[in-house]
Design a protein around this ligand. Structure first.
Ligand code: SF4
Length: 593
């Protein structure tokens, strides 16, 4: 067995309350590394592509990596991998902190959960053992309340990942939260809720050894030192929200359900304004030397502010009231809701109301004529209703794609999603390499699995008139993301690593002892992307899914007519992407695995 691994995963059936340690061959570990890569491999082995994601037999994988527990900065991360109840395609969402270290300390490289507990339960895993305890007393509790109560009850060393009320009610974009961070996208929280698991508590003492400890220490020191440099300064100063005003200037800040790329009230929700008007503290995930988390004071407590939350609950809903946006972000965290899908679905509903499509004629009190762009109170009311699945919240809890199918009126053309996953805060018409990244993304529209927006902001392309040259750059960012999510290291290290593949190989060599090269890691990244594609093909993917909603292909941005993306151009980019991937036909993709 290589260093850095335990060489097995823990497979837990919560229907019976039993577990098994399953061996992980060295070859599998080397081919898929950990995190997202190992997660998708285990899902394929479990036959998860054919299963309803909310059925008891649907597996949910918590995957660690060989780097977890090492001194490498930002390496305390885990991936939650399953079939998404929102997209019915592959979903891998990542979160940080002590759960990764304590979970791996239980002597396994991944935890696979199947089944459905007979009652709402807490799954407790400690070193070699596991058991279930009733969780009725935590029903309806927020993620933070659950985590705090369980840590106090179970004692020192336990780390807890939990779902909020939204996960219990199977909201299709419910999160799994730990230590204020979230495995956020794609509805992993609903999968755990469907298993009747309110929380997972882990504590373990089993540590792995490193192959070359002194070289690893030297590399870790160098990386930590470099992580304090200019490449990460913007994240330390203003966090991920740092680019909000720049995006607005570029016409790339999605506004009022992507009807515009500029928001006239952007300044009022900008981090510059938030910093000037309220106190702020900075935090970081465990084992991170960068520290991009910015916690702003709000109503006697603190709210973690990210760009994606500011955009989704601010400009996308036309809300310029910073208090309402912070409160909305806080409530999403408490209820266990993905802020991007929450904001995207509410903004979609707001436009439906504007068009007269959501004010009458729907069953079960689904109408919401009060849901207007710019109304922060209405947005907050919608969030509560989604969390409780009451009235129109029951429809909105399904996400914008399913809601559009109920609302009708060809509203699917304006539902801001790809494969059912709501689009993050990058206007596709103004950032057309990103448009391609969104269209072909295995888990749907996503800025963490494709970093193609970096290409748009470079001199490699003309972001409003991209050509086929952009495709290889988009593929490169997608491959890098797959590798980072499998190693697992934080994306904000990108600018710190001067030769990404060579340095990633050095990390893995020092931890595992493998004689791994940069070239091998390039192949590994492609294998992991192909494995996700393979999963989607088995789950029923069709070529028609690799596209964007009609709006983006027929309507230029009103304030920037040059930002226009035709169906022909996107189709050509997608076809070239498939060609360069070697996926010109579904069968080919299957054969290439
Ligand atoms: S840079 Fe930010 S997201 Fe990344 S590990 Fe550090 S605190 Fe967490």
């Amino acid at each position: 067995m290589p260093f850095g691994y335990h060489g097995c995963y823990l497979r837990i059936d919560v229907s019976s309350g039993t577990s098994e340690r399953m061996p992980l061959p060295d070859a599998v570990l080397r081919q898929f590394i950990g995190g997202s890569g190992l997660g998708v491999k285990l899902l394929l082995d479990e036959g998860a592509a054919h299963v309803d994601p909310l059925a008891p037999e649907a597996p949910l994988v918590f995957a660690f990596s060989p780097l977890v527990g090492s001194p490498l900065t930002t390496s305390a991360k885990f991936a939650v991998v399953g079939k998404s109840p929102l997209t019915e395609r592959i979903n891998d969402s990542l979160a940080s902190s002590g759960f990764a270290i304590a979970g791996k300390g239980c002597g396994c490289d991944a935890i696979v959960i199947v089944g459905r507990a007979p009652e709402l339960s807490v799954l407790i895993i400690e070193d070699a053992g596991m058991h279930l305890e009733p969780a009725a007393e935590y029903r309806g509790a927020t993620c933070k309340e659950t985590e705090t109560a369980l840590k106090a009850r179970l004692g020192a060393g336990f780390r807890v990942a939990s779902i909020g009320p939204a996960g219990e009610r199977l909201v299709r974009y419910a999160t799994i939260s730990h230590d204020g961070r979230h495995a956020g996208r794609g509805g992993s929280g609903a999968v755990l809720g469907a298993k009747n698991i309110k929380a997972i508590a882990v504590r373990g003492t089993q540590r792995t050894q490193w192959a070359h400890p002194s070289e690893l220490t030297a590399l870790s020191r160098s990386l930590s030192k470099r992580s304090f440099g200019p490449a990460t300064a913007k994240y330390r100063e203003l966090g991920t929200a740092t680019n909000l005003l720049t995006f607005n200037r570029f016409g790339a800040l999605p506004t009022r359900n992507f009807q515009s790329g500029t928001f006239e009230e952007a300044a009022s929700i900008s981090p510059e304004q938030l910093s000037a008007t309220r106190s702020k503290t900075r935090k970081s995930c465990m084992a991170c030397t960068i520290g991009c988390e910015h916690i702003y004071s709000h109503g006697g407590s603190g709210v973690r502010v990210e760009y994606e939350s500011l955009f989704a609950l601010g400009s996308l809903c036309g809300v310029g009231d910073a208090d309402a946006v912070l409160r909305a972000s806080q409530r999403c965290d408490e209820l266990g809701l993905d802020t991007i899908s929450t904001g995207g679905t509410i903004a979609f509903a707001m436009e439906c109301v504007e068009r007269g499509w959501l004010d009458k004629g729907l069953d079960k009190g689904m109408d919401a004529p009060w849901l207007k762009f710019g109304d922060g109170d209405a947005m907050l009311r919608a969030i509560e209703l989604i969390g409780s699945r009451e009235g129109p919240g029951d429809l909105l809890a399904e996400g914008s794609r399913r809601a559009a199918h109920v609302i009708g009126h060809d509203s699917i053309a304006i539902a801001p999603q790809v494969k059912g996953l709501e689009i993050p805060g990058y206007e596709p018409r103004a950032l057309q390499t990103m448009a391609l990244g969104f269209a072909v993304g295995a888990r749907g529209a996503d800025h963490n699995r494709s970093g193609a927006y970096e290409v748009d902001f470079s001199d490699k392309v003309d972001r409003r008139h991209v050509t086929l040259d952009a495709v290889r750059h988009a593929i490169d960012t997608e491959d890098k993301a797959a590798l980072m999510d499998s190693l697992i290291i934080c994306k904000f290290l990108r600018g710190v690593l001067t030769d990404f593949h060579a340095e990633a190989a050095e990390m893995l060599r020092n931890v595992t002892g493998w004689d791994v090269s940069a070239a091998e890691l390039r192949d590994t990244a492609r294998r992991i992307v192909s494995a996700k594609r393979h999963f989607n093909l088995l789950a029923g993917w069709t070529p028609a899914e690799d596209t964007l909603p009609e709006r983006f292909l027929t309507t230029p941005l009103p304030n920037d007519p040059e930002a226009s993306l035709s169906r022909d151009r996107l189709d050509a980019l997608v076809a070239e992407y498939h060609r360069q991937r070697g996926w010109s036909a579904a069968e080919t993709a299957l054969q290439k695995l």
